[in-house]
Design a binder for this molecule. Structure first.
Ligand code: SF4
Length: 205
């Protein structure tokens, strides 16, 4: 059954056949998307696909956690009027609390996570391919999450949807505790022994 229908593969078999599984599943996700849109359920359809994907990723990394992990975040989580140059350097954030970047930065520094903030999807895909992670943890809008799962079928990806309180691509938000919980359960800890002080800069956004 699993040979005929890769979607049924779980755990190590899912990881070994990842590209075939995702190519087949993406076909279904895209095939039913127009119908879901007509019914007003497009987001719900993509989110259920993302949830299904995440359950398989959790299952696959339940026994042995990922060691080489890349976090991908969209630039629109930064407050639009903030001038901190976080695209070039995450530590440029002043941690003023007005957007989720500060909380993410502190967790990333404390835990030595490898992460990138992107303003273009194709740069994120290129970087991910070059970095060759065991696992991607990605935050984005539902459309881009589905696109990312489709474009990078060879890399297991745990995906977290953005909240869009101000519409697309402006002052978006995401659940930082959800990211922390995913990293805790899926990823081998890299936190060094001893106290590490998160970076705090003087100033405001
Ligand atoms: S300085 Fe404030 S608004 Fe700017 S990225 Fe950091 S937390 Fe967000």
């Amino acid at each position: 059954m699993a040979a005929a229908w890769p979607s049924f593969l779980r755990g190590g078999a899912f990881l070994r056949n990842r590209a075939a599984v995702m190519r087949q599943d993406s076909l279904w996700a895209h095939a039913f998307r127009p119908l879901a849109r007509r019914l007003g359920l497009e987001d719900a359809w993509i989110l259920s696909f993302c949830g299904y994907n995440n359950r398989r990723v959790r299952n696959a990394f339940g026994g042995h956690r990922a060691r080489r992990v890349l976090i991908l975040l969209p630039h629109c989580i930064q407050m639009a009027r903030c001038k901190a140059g976080i695209l070039d350097e995450l530590e440029a954030c002043y941690d003023c609390g007005l957007c989720p970047v500060g909380d993410y930065m502190n967790a990333a520094l404390l835990n030595r996570w490898e992460g990138r903030i992107f303003n273009r999807s194709h740069k994120a895909y290129r970087d991910a391919r070059e970095y060759r992670p065991d696992l991607i943890v990605a935050v984005s809008c539902t459309d881009r999450l589905l696109k990312g799962l489709t474009k990078l079928p060879e890399i297991p990806s745990y995906v977290i949807p953005l909240a869009l309180p101000h519409g697309m691509c402006v002052d978006t938000d995401f659940n930082v505790p959800h990211l922390l919980a995913a990293m805790e359960s899926l990823v081998e800890p890299r936190r060094p022994h001893g106290e590490v002080q998160p970076l705090r800069r003087e100033g405001i956004a």
